[in-house]
Design a protein around this ligand. Structure first.
Ligand SMILES: [Zn+2]
Length: 140
């Protein structure tokens, strides 16, 4: 989950089009997109089955909102960290290193998540070596 409202108990999930198999992403490998979509739907059904209310938004819908809803766009861009305002699209390794060196980018989060083995087949094209420390991972 990407967000949680402690007062209402409601959960929020941002679904990236590629990783969650949005139908807007026509792919050569349609089986993989459908597998990702099913995995997402199964996971959300499980969470909802535990009694949680989950609000989701697809990446493509979010991008449309930012295009046409000026209030939303202003809200989002006004909260971006300086690094993201400087590089609103993709960044290069050199830009990241420069920003770390001049103290405009800092911080790291390590997340360890174990997913069911049955999910392995849908993440084979980007499977990190989970035995590495963050330092070893980025060094590699
Ligand atoms: Zn989409």
């Amino acid at each position: 989950m990407d967000g949680h409202d402690e007062v209402s108990g409601k959960l929020y999930e941002f679904l990236g089009d590629y990783w969650h198999g949005c139908e807007c992403k026509a792919r050569a490998d349609e089986d993989l997109r459908e597998a990702r979509r099913k995995r997402t739907e199964d996971r959300l059904a499980f969470i909802r089955g535990q009694g949680f209310e989950v609000e989701v938004i697809w990446e493509c819908d979010y991008r449309q909102l930012l295009k046409y809803d000026t209030e939303m766009k202003s809200f989002v861009t006004g909260r971006l960290p300086p690094f993201c305002r400087s590089y609103p699209t993709c960044v290069t390794a050199e830009q990241i290193v420069k920003s770390v060196l001049d103290d405009t980018l800092f911080g790291m989060v390590e997340v360890d998540i174990r997913v069911p083995d049955s999910w392995d087949e849908v993440v084979v094209d980007h499977k990190p070596d989970t035995n590495l420390s963050p330092y070893e991972y980025f060094k590699k």
